[in-house]
Each structure stands twice: as C-alpha cells, then as structure tokens.
Design a protein around this ligand. Structure first.
Ligand code: IMP
Ligand code: MG
Length: 179
C-alpha cells in the first residue's frame, strides 16, 4: 500500500503555538517564587521535538528527565497493560513537574503516568501536550496546555511515528494509505 502524507499543521504554526505556551508556562512558574526546582519530563520518543522547542523558549531554569512507557501486546488497541520501560533518573518529590507529551488519544497513557507521578509527591504537576484528539478519549485526563486539537486521524511527524518512521518531519501530517 502506498503511504500518502498531507500537511495538517505546518512548522511555522507549531513554533508560534509553542512560543505562546512557553510564555504562559514561564509566567506561571516565575510567579511561584518558592525556590523549588522545575523538572520537565518528556515521554520518549514522541515528545522530544516538541519538548526541545518548548524548553528553549522558557525563561525559567528547568531540569530534564525522561520516561519510556509502552503497552503490552497490540499497540493499536486500548486494552493492553502499560509498563514503564525507562523510569525517572531523579526524585521529583517537592519539585514542580511539567509532563510533556506528543499526543493524547484514548488518554490511557497519561492517566497512568499522572497517577504514577502524583504518587511521588511533586510540588505541582502540570500536563502539556502538543496534540489532542478529544473524540478518542476513553480515560478522563485533565490537560493543562494543549498545542492543537485535531480530528480523529492518524498523524505523523514532529516526533510522532508510524512504525518508527516519519519522526523527523518538521511538520504534523496526516498519514493515509492507498491501494
Ligand atoms: P493513548 O494512551 O491512547 O492516549 O495513546 C497515546 C500514545 O499513542 C501517544 O503517545 C502516541 O505514541 C500514540 N498515538 C496516538 N495517536 C497517534 C497518532 O495519530 N500518530 C502517532 N502516534 C499516536
Ligand atoms: Mg507517545
């Protein structure tokens, strides 16, 4: 089958929106004035490109950490169990945590991660995702910052993959398959 890509969100729009979110986040964290560290946690690998663009534009000092979460079995269904394949390197207790994701689909991954992180008693926990497919939501997740709400289509690029491909495209595209 032939794979076709059509541009959904061009790079310029992603950068503009990332700028806005980074400004809001910087303002929010700067206002806290409690001296507690801010740690930005990226969920590998999809969030990497967004995370880098976001933190470059934040004017408060941040620490970085990463997690890898994967589901057992069929990755296209929402029934599988989640498993942490790479855990945090440092404690997040009493730190301000900003969790950065590429996309929220069913919400299963983030519901799991938010509970996992909350149990470690951070000073605060904020969730920021580049993309959100609200139509697909099965698990209730409170998202603080959303880059773009998108329709229920399979997207790739800007960190997002199809079978590990297309992650380095500088835009978000819709992937479709033709005979
Ligand atoms: P959830 O647990 O169902 O919310 O799924 C979230 C994860 O599924 C994301 O972190 C992505 O890795 C993957 N995913 C969901 N939708 C897409 C898509 O349209 N393109 C690429 N990956 C996706
Ligand atoms: Mg992901």
């Amino acid at each position: 089958m032939k794979e076709t890509i059509s541009v959904l969100i061009p790079e310029k729009k992603i950068i503009e929106r990332t700028d806005e979110i980074a400004t809001e986040l910087s303002r929010k964290y700067a206002a806290l004035r409690d001296g507690k560290p801010i740690v930005v946690i990226g969920v590998l690998k999809g969030s990497v490109m967004f995370m880098v663009d976001l933190i470059k534009r934040m004017s408060v000092p941040v620490e970085l950490d990463f997690m890898v979460v994967s589901s057992y079995g069929d990755s296209t269904s929402s029934s599988g169990q989640l498993k942490i394949k790479k855990d945090l390197e440092n404690s997040i207790q009493d730190k301000h945590v900003l969790l950065v994701e590429d996309i929220i689909d069913s919400g299963r991954t983030l519901q799991y991660l938010l509970k996992y992180l909350n149990d470690k008693h951070p000073a605060s926990l904020t969730l920021c995702t580049l993309l959100d497919k609200p139509e697909r939501r099965e698990f209730d997740v409170k998202v603080d910052y959303v880059g773009f709400e998108i329709p229920d289509e399979f997207v790739i690029g800007y960190g997002l993959d199809y079978a590990q491909r297309y992650r380095n495209l500088p835009y978000i595209g819709v992937l479709s398959f033709e005979e």
